[in-house]
Write a protein that binds this ligand. Sequence first.
Ligand SMILES: C[S@@+](CC[C@H](N)C(=O)[O-])C[C@H]1O[C@@H](n2cnc3c(N)ncnc32)[C@H](O)[C@@H]1O
Length: 280
Amino acid sequence: MTEPVTWLADGSPHSTRFNDRYHSCAGGTAQALGVFLMGCGLPQRWQGRPLFTILETGFGLGMNFLTTWASWEADPQRCEQLHVVSVEAHPVAAADLVRNVQSATPPTDTERPLSATIAVRVHELARAWESLSPGIQTLNFAQGRVRLTLAVGEVQNMLPDLNCVADAVFLDGFSPQLNPQMWSADTLRAVAQHCRPGTTLATYTVAKDVRTRLQTLGFSVAKCPGLPPKRDRLQAIYRGAADQPASEVVSETLNSPGSTQSAHTAQTLASAPLASHTTG
Ligand SMILES: C[S@@+](CC[C@H](N)C(=O)[O-])C[C@H]1O[C@@H](n2cnc3c(N)ncnc32)[C@H](O)[C@@H]1O
């Protein structure tokens, strides 16, 4: 049984189970680029690497995956292999993955080339999606250079079973008030167990509890100007398991768009020191 999606009047997808939108009203591609890729220092951080692994909580309609794949494809300096590992308890129907792309808000000039790729790649994803079953499975695309490991099940059950070390993390549950399990201390601890020093993390929420939990787990956390209409977004770097909470690297007063401190933090993320990594 697949998860039903409600389509709002403007064509955007909504979850009745969680009473929330699947992505920003600015559009799924805009959110993927402006919150998740940018917040994790991508595409720069994957350039020249043999392998780059992204862990995502909440696969949803796959817009983060498709936008990441299209960005990777467009990057002449892309890593040899891109591995996205994503957890999803309530997979939608393959037809809804396609409908979401087809009903997307018109792309901006920046998004247009990526949107054209996404419009093709979503059919490859939808074909592979038909064989999806509960548990962990890997789908291969781009002659095996793009791998999608999908863990179909509850986030707290699936995260400990994943054999991967993430270079970047996309936290993309529904809003913390409506979907608390995706942001609980236990879930974020299980995410941190897949991180190494230098792993970058991004999300659209700057909820205080989420920031505090991440800091307690050893992340340095920055509030940055958000994708309108949201004022803020969050980006973070894992510094290693901490006894003491890590510092908040951008103060709450430095949120104005174009803030030089935020630009500096983005630069820091792009050049975050990299350690060796392994993946399953
Ligand atoms: C905001 S949507 C994700 C959007 C997605 N990243 C995209 O690019 O389209 C949040 C997703 O988290 C999933 N989810 C919510 N609670 C969950 C849980 N406890 N375990 C696993 N997945 C969960 C929902 O089913 C939903 O698909």
